[in-house]
Ligand binder design. Structure first.
Ligand code: ZN
Length: 484
């Protein structure tokens, strides 16, 4: 059975959806906790009880394990792990990225993944590190693409195969990889080799790489951000159109005695209080966890609960259309995440093309909000407003006699006719006192309207305190102010 993906709701480039692999159907965005058979601070069955619909484990570890190899081949992965949800298996590419070599071929790992009953099989792609030069990235991408093609040819178009997208740090290679992976018929596409970017907080590069890959991938593909990661970055990744995450972070951070929150992480040794309502944090104090022999397990349980809750939070935001506000919130927890957020906002024109038209609300949360997709979509629609003759744009809210049309003004959107006062986004947006960023963005709406209607005569009345900025933003337009 092929892997299928159905999009339900869209918000920015993010979506909620249904992923079907074999006889398993799961909700997206989805977090697949990573299971290492040799080290399981939380058992797969416990994860299921916590709400994890799927897990990911490494087929290479099983295939090389004297302890597990024969048993997993005989019993199957689901039975061995005690997990009846979706199980995805990685191929050994991770080991390839760490050790530079693996003792398995592409077809051998795929055959093994099939034999043990994995629901999603990953070919042996080559994870190109970010510091690789272009020649290496290009050569390794060619190997990856050949292996993806080989996988399709040998296992058939309906095999539950993932098609990883590589290309290093080079945006054109990532886009090409995305396009070719889509052309080969892959409907589940992990974006690979991004862990080093996340580990070194290079969120600007992460955004560029993901947006490039997404530009090449078909919009219908389910996109897995391989190796992500910390719950603080899930919202940003979903906004770019990533649907699936896998996380070893819950266990790795726990091993390092670190306590995850959606706003960042703490050292358990530094915490006096536990700011969480999960089972562990209500039962134990910070000091009890610190002094417990079971600290790694307790922290793993908490870290996983927080990560799964964040995914639910994102699904809710994407369903109601408030994902930008969640991204804004999470990305303010670290300056490098804020850089990533600002980088994403540079793609706002493209993202507006994917975003939905109506949302629950628009809360202005600072200068970044002036670049949101809803404003671009609104100003595009505004240009289609039929206008003729003398048009007054009453930024100061005072209608005057002698005009054919009177428009009011709400920053950061721009002019609006009274008839749109109650509709989205004018009616559902909350803004604080005007600031210069939102006024400038609103003036862009006026400018677009005047350009679109060269035969109309526009008069703008600005409030006194914004008069100079408005004059500067609207050169050549008649801008007035009652007391000037
Ligand atoms: Zn907790």
């Amino acid at each position: 059975m092929p892997i299928t993906f159905e999009v339900l709701e869209k918000d920015i480039a993010g979506r909620t959806g249904r992923l079907k692999a074999g006889d398993k159907t799961v909700k997206t965005p989805l977090l697949l906790p990573v299971i290492n058979p040799h080290l399981q601070p939380v058992l797969p069955g416990e994860m299921k009880a916590m709400g994890a619909e799927g897990i990911i484990t490494n087929a290479y570890i099983f295939s090389r394990s004297g302890e597990y190899r024969e048993e997993v081949m005989a019993r199957g992965l689901h039975d061995l792990l005690g997990f009846d949800g979706l199980i995805m298996t990685d191929s050994g590419s991770f080991q390839l990225s760490v050790y530079g070599d693996v003792e398995i071929t592409n077809l051998e790992t795929l055959e093994f993944q099939k034999t043990i009953g994995s629901d999603i099989h990953v070919p042996l792609d080559i994870p190109t590190p970010p510091d690789a030069d272009r020649q290496r990235a290009s050569a390794e991408l060619a190997v990856t693409m050949a292996r993806l093609q080989e996988a399709k040819e040998v296992f058939g178009p309906d095999a539950p195969l993932a098609g990883p997208v590589q290309g290093g740090i080079y945006e054109d290679l990532r886009e090409l990889a995305g396009r070719e992976t889509g052309d080969l018929g892959f409907s589940f596409c992990p974006i690979g080799a991004v862990v080093p970017l996340m580990e070194s907080y290079r969120y600007t590069d992460l955004v560029r790489v993901v947006m490039a890959a997404k530009n090449g991938l078909p919009p219908s593909a389910c996109v897995h951000l391989f190796g992500a990661g910390h719950p603080a970055m899930f919202a940003l990744a979903v906004a770019m159109g990533c649907d699936v995450f896998d996380s070893a972070a819950y266990a790795l951070y726990a091993k390092d005695r670190r306590y995850l929150t959606p706003q960042g992480s703490y050292r358990i040794d530094e915490l006096a209080e536990l700011p969480c309502a999960c089972r562990v944090c209500r039962k134990y104090s910070a000091q009890e966890i610190r002094e417990s022999d079971d600290a790694v397990r307790l922290l793993s349980l908490h870290n996983l609960a927080v990560s799964l809750a964040e995914i639910s939070h994102i699904r809710q935001a994407a369903t109601e259309g408030t994902l930008w506000e969640l991204v804004d919130d999470r990305c303010r927890s670290h300056p490098q995440l804020l850089r990533g957020y600002r980088e994403l906002l540079k793609y706002n024109e493209r993202l507006a093309g994917e975003d939905r038209v109506s949302k629950r609300r628009f809360f202005y949360r600072g200068e970044e909000s002036s670049f949101r997709t809803e404003i671009i979509t609104y100003q595009d629609r505004l240009c289609r407003l039929p206008l003729s003759g003398r048009v007054l744009i009453a930024m100061d809210g005072n209608p005057r006699e002698g005009y054919d049309t009177i428009l009011f003004f709400k920053p950061p959107f721009g002019p609006y006719p009274p008839a749109l006062r109650e509709t989205f986004p004018i009616g559902q947006s909350e803004i604080p006192d005007w600031d210069s960023a939102m006024v400038r963005t609103g003036c862009r709406g006026i400018l677009r309207l005047t350009t679109e209607h060269p035969l109309c005569h526009f008069t703008v009345y600005a409030p006194r305190e914004w008069y100079e900025i408005v004059c500067r933003e609207l050169p050549g337009t008649g801008v007035h102010c009652d007391d000037i």
